[in-house]
Design a protein. Structure first.
Ligand SMILES: [Zn+2]
Length: 123
């Protein structure tokens, strides 16, 4: 059984964002309706660079409805970095990493502790 459901369209938009920001990272906050992640907003206060994005969790809106985060790894590594693992718990339960070259298979979902999360893609 999947841990969370993610709308296919959302993943496609995130992949496009990864592509258009390459070689910089982008960071988005994910929203959930019921048990489906189907919306995102670009995070405020995000500084992106070619090596790593500098996240500023204190600038994040702490509000209900934020299910987690999504960000890109232009180096194509689809696992959380040490910085990611410090950042994840402040931003929700589910975290998507999108890796170059940003095809529909180039993403993984993780829990806040960095363990793999089974995500089901729905139309
Ligand atoms: Zn990362």
């Amino acid at each position: 059984m999947a841990d969370i459901k993610i709308k296919k369209e959302l993943l496609q938009i995130l992949a496009e964002l990864g592509k258009s920001n390459h070689p910089c990272e982008f960071l988005a906050l994910l929203r959930k309706n019921g048990d489906i992640i189907d919306e995102f907003e670009l995070a405020p206060g995000t500084i992106t660079g070619s090596t790593s994005a500098s996240f500023q969790p204190h600038m994040m809106p702490i509000e209900t409805g934020i299910a987690g985060s999504a960000h890109s790894h232009p180096n194509g590594m689809m696992r959380p970095s040490d910085a990611d693992l410090r950042f994840f718990p402040a931003t929700g339960k589910y975290h998507i990493i999108i890796g170059a070259p940003y095809t529909e298979d180039d993403w993984r979902c993780f829990f806040a502790d960095g363990s793999p999360c089974q995500a089901e893609v729905i139309d």
